[in-house]
Ligand binder design. Sequence first.
Ligand code: ADE
Length: 241
Amino acid sequence: MRIALMTLFPEMTGLVTGFGVTRRAIENDRLSLEAVNPRDFTDDRHRTVDDRPFGGGPGMVMKVEPLERALSAARERVGPARVIYLSPQGRPLTQRKAQELAAEPALILVAGRYEGVDERFIESWVDEQVSIGDYVLSGGELPALVLVDAVARLLPGVLGHEDSAAQDSFSGELENLLDCPHYTRPEEYQGRVVPEVLRSGDHERIRRWRLKQALGRTWRWRPDLLEARRESGWSEEEERL
Ligand code: ADE
């Protein structure tokens, strides 16, 4: 997948390109992430990308012209792509949304700064607005990188173990459930032992224990998620658990 990030702070892409799973995805040509800086598409001496808001008020608004030119450049780099503006006004980023976006050949992500971008840019060019939660950050870069990370690990061949992504919280058999607890060696640590079932080698018992743990934690910590799961249909097994 090819991704272009429109940002005034291109160095921030290093958080994704420099580390771990996403870095490997880039090295293995499963993913490309390039920054396009609207400041490179200004035509005044000061390279102005923002201006005061009509109607008054605090803060500045990103100007439409540099954004439009940067978008054309981004399209040239990644080809036809869905354009996503990161904003608290957007639809929530969920695992399902990440899966949907992972099927796209290319994405252009627009990170705003200041009070946001001129609404006319959004109306003309943005396909969709996405939010990473009900809080306000000082720019769209971190949300964009969160989205890139969530999508990248779903791309074919990116995660080592074939099933890792399918077994995450929120997907596959565990759709809309929190993850179960995990343990590694030592078997006993400061008097606390790893649950016997996980050492039993009985795969069916282990599967049921994990599902039960996931259901229990979700019931305690995120009952709102159970509602969504009930709506999409419990299994008979869960009904019993
Ligand atoms: N920009 C600022 N805050 C944001 C958020 N919560 N989600 C997406 N983009 C944002």
